[in-house]
Design a protein around this ligand. Structure first.
Ligand code: NAP
Length: 257
């Protein structure tokens, strides 16, 4: 479908599980050369092995997006190994829950440091390679939570996901002169390991509140990432795409009846 992705060098952060693993697999299935990154080496190795078992062209790099030095080394290693970098997917993210009463400074710093500052570190470190590529595409995994909706316990998370979009809009203008686009995915509730940790009641309630009556799957998000990365989307920048089964649409419970 997206023939322009064949042979492209791609890096996906937070790719040892969930949405990131789905995005990495999506690009690899299109014939791209894909680097997967995460902190835990054992989980990352298992993810890489699962994709290699499908015959896909992938490799793993351990890195922490919240650490500027680690990010710089990651981008350089990926560019060396895959002969440059065309497409950067800033997907790594954390979503621990804490009510406003309980939220402490270290919770705030952990979430903002990974989700917002991690995005900044990755994009900045990748710039010289994206400029060289004469194709550059950056895709951020934001969320509906923060930019569009709220959920108890996620004030810090929502702030970090909205911050990614504020960053994106100015980055889009600065990067346009180099022909680089930057866009954001806004997933609704996607069935991943991370989300499963929220418990069965949460998952069932969420599914009932979605017009399409199901949680999303990682392929739903991967397909949107492939679109943003394609040659066909070359005139789209600074935009966000909501992939949520219609979750943000109902005005009341009655609308879902
Ligand atoms: P997940 O299943 O918990 O996976 C998170 C991935 O990020 C793992 O590979 C994890 O590996 C990695 N990671 C976490 N902190 C990192 C760090 N500091 N540096 C590098 N890698 C790190 O999460 P998910 O549900 O797929 O979510 C992925 C992204 O989608 C996040 O940005 C999240 O906010 C966003 N999102 C998810 C949903 C959803 O419904 N699932 C909805 C909206 C938005 P290590 O722990 O080994 O580093």
């Amino acid at each position: 479908m997206f023939t322009s992705l064949q042979g492209k060098s791609v890096l996906v952060t937070g790719a040892s599980a969930g949405i990131g693993l789905g995005i990495a697999r999506g690009f690899a299935l299109q014939g791209a050369s894909v680097a997967l990154s995460a902190r835990n080496a054992a989980k990352l190795d298992a993810a890489v092995a699962s994709l290699r078992a499908e015959g896909l062209n992938v490799r793993g790099f351990v890195a922490d997006v919240a650490d500027a030095g680690s990010v710089k080394a990651l981008i350089e290693a990926v560019a060396d190994t895959q002969q440059g970098l065309d497409i950067l997917c800033c997907n790594a993210g954390v979503f621990p829950s804490a009510s406003l009463d309980a939220l402490c400074e270290s919770d705030w710093d952990h979430v903002m440091g990974t989700n917002a500052k991690g995005t900044f570190f990755c994009v900045q470190a990748a710039l010289r390679y994206l400029r060289k590529a004469q194709y550059g595409r950056v895709i951020l995994t934001s969320s509906i939570t923060g930019p569009i909706t709220g959920f108890p316990g996620w004030a810090h998370y929502g702030a970090s996901k909205a911050a990614q979009l504020g960053f994106m809009r100015t980055a889009a203008i600065e990067l346009a002169r180099d022909g680089i686009t930057i866009n954001a995915l806004l997933p609704g509730n996607i069935l991943t390991e991370g989300l499963q940790g929220m418990g069965e009641d949460y998952l069932a309630d969420m599914a009932a509140s979605i017009p399409l009556k199901r949680l999303g799957v990682i392929e739903d998000i991967a397909n949107a990432a492939l679109f943003f990365a394609s040659r066909e989307a070359g005139y789209v920048t600074g935009q966000s795409l909501i992939i949520d089964g219609g979750q943000i649409l109902p005005e009341s419970l009655q609308a879902l009846a």
